[in-house]
Design a protein around this ligand. Structure first.
Ligand code: C2O
Ligand code: CU
Length: 476
């Protein structure tokens, strides 16, 4: 295979400490591929220290031996990765967006055993599909310790086009340990216990975090990426938050949305894009000939907090932006979603079966359910929340949100097409995670082509932990 390094190495950080993290990975990925019998890439689950709000924050991470967070690989090559657990507790890592065989999908209790401290696990499967993906712990609340990282799969078009690639990995962080946050959410709520029902006005966010991050940094000390005047930039934006939906705002730039969850869509132009938890967007932007410093912001849904990265040409002064805007942002909607259509949609055919997944919550107990079941891997009752499918079927999943809160719903091991929003049929984007707004109905369809037992769940970690999950099970 022929690869030009030129295109992969045009990205350089404008040099705030630690900002080099995202910019030197291509060389390693290419070296790997140029060796005939490549040694597997190594990823270590580790603890690391960030500086957040002026204080040291002990977080976890998924590092290559050279200190790079995350992985970049090439489409259709073997995904040969050794994952080493350097933490003091068992973990399991899920490759969010890839279609691995079921037993390499990284869901403890469902598809794979945990990896114990100082043990490792070897993965070897074709890297499909190309696109902007990510990886994260699927064990308990570990993801809220920032045990997550970008996972980019390049295709041949990436080497052909003279386009600079920039990753923005969004997150949220609290100094309060995740277990305590969860205990607070589960603690009996006085007002609710008395009233006995859910608050009528839904709150967009269950958890107020201490910091909102882009490439592990806040706007007080943002990642500044050096770009060229008149350059073209492909932004690969990943919402790796445990509980925060964002609007991505390009400010004075206009972008062209070219992929959702890594999968190409017919381009649409906009300067603001909703990005729910676990979703990804690829956006092409053109840097103006005069250059400058351009913030790419992520605005927290239903609130005033913001985070982001800067694209800056040489010498352009970067003006600091506040971590809180003056006015609150609204709630994410599916208005833009309903404009999207996939470049490679499913072949048109009627679904062989439609399964309804009713999304439910009990706020007083902080329990979240699908079809009346509080999911628990070890509970035989979980059988009832299994969607039974057969190899080769076209399967529709109809999410009916019976709660006033939105839920970003993710299906493992497959991509789906969005085929209905609130009763209106469409041939929408291909994705692996769809936002189902409060009281909305959204139907997605997928081809059952990857046998096994697959998780489908809300990607708000607090909702997943509290039971909002189900399984898709292939019958023999
Ligand atoms: Cu990204 Cu089941 O998760
Ligand atoms: Cu949810």
């Amino acid at each position: 295979m022929e690869f030009s390094r030129r295109h992969f190495l045009t990205s350089a950080s404008a040099g705030l400490a630690g900002a080099a993290l995202y910019h030197n990975r291509y060389a390693a990925a290419l070296d790997l591929l140029q060796t005939p019998q490549p040694a597997p890439a190594k990823v270590q689950a580790v603890t690391r220290t960030l500086e957040i709000n002026g204080k040291p924050a002990s977080v976890w991470g998924l590092l290559q031996p050279n200190g790079t967070q995350g992985l970049e690989t090439i489409y259709n090559q073997p995904f040969r990765v050794v994952l080493e657990n350097k933490l003091t507790e068992p973990t399991a890592i899920h490759w969010h967006g890839l279609y691995p065989p079921n037993n390499e999908d990284g869901v403890p209790g469902v598809t794979q055993p945990v990896i114990r401290p100082n043990e490792s696990s070897f993965y070897n499967f074709p890297v499909i599909p190309a696109g902007t993906h990510w990886m994260h712990s699927h064990e308990g609340l570990q993801e809220a310790h920032l045990l997550s990282a970008p996972l980019i799969v390049h295709d041949s078009a990436d080497q052909a086009a003279d386009v600079q690639q920039v990753i923005a990995f969004l997150g949220d962080f609290s100094f309060t340990p995740p277990k305590e946050i969860y205990a607070q959410l589960r603690a009996p709520k006085k007002a609710m216990a008395m009233g006995g029902k859910m608050a009528t006005k839904p709150d967009a966010n269950d958890v107020n975090y201490d910091a909102y991050l882009a490439n592990d940094r806040t706007l007080a000390d943002p990642d500044v990426v050096r770009v060229e005047k008149s350059g073209r930039v492909r932004l690969r934006i990943i919402n790796g938050s445990s509980g925060t939906n964002y609007f991505v705002d390009l400010g004075s730039l206009t972008g062209e949305l070219i992929a959702t969850d890594g999968l190409p869509v017919k381009p649409i132009r906009a300067s603001r894009f909703p990005l729910a938890i676990a979703q990804r967007i690829d956006v092409m932007v053109q840097i103006p000939p005069g250059g400058g410093a351009f913030p790419v912001l992520a605005l927290r849904e239903g609130s005033r907090e913001q985070t982001g990265v800067f694209l800056a040409t040489a010498g352009a002064p970067v003006k600091r932006l506040p971590v809180k805007a003056v006015l609150p942002n609204g709630l994410l909607t599916l208005d833009q979603e309903s404009q999207l259509s996939a470049v490679t949609p499913l072949t048109p055919k009627a679904a062989d079966q439609t399964s309804v997944l009713r999304l439910q919550g009990n706020m007083a107990k902080y329990q979240w359910m699908i079809n009346d079941i509080v999911f628990n891997v070890n509970d035989p009752g979980a059988e009832k929340s299994q969607v039974q499918v057969k190899m080769g079927q076209r399967v529709a999943l109809k999410f009916v949100n019976e709660t006033p809160m939105s839920h970003p719903m993710h299906l493992h091991g497959h991509a789906f097409e969005v085929i209905e929003i609130n009763g209106r049929p469409l041939q929408g984007a291909m994705r692996d995670t769809i936002l189902v707004p409060g009281n909305a109905t959204v139907t997605v369809a997928f081809d059952a082509n990857n046998p096994g037992l697959w998780f489908v769940h809300c990607h708000i970690i607090w909702h997943l932990e509290a039971g909002m999950a189900a399984l898709v099970k292939y019958q023999a």
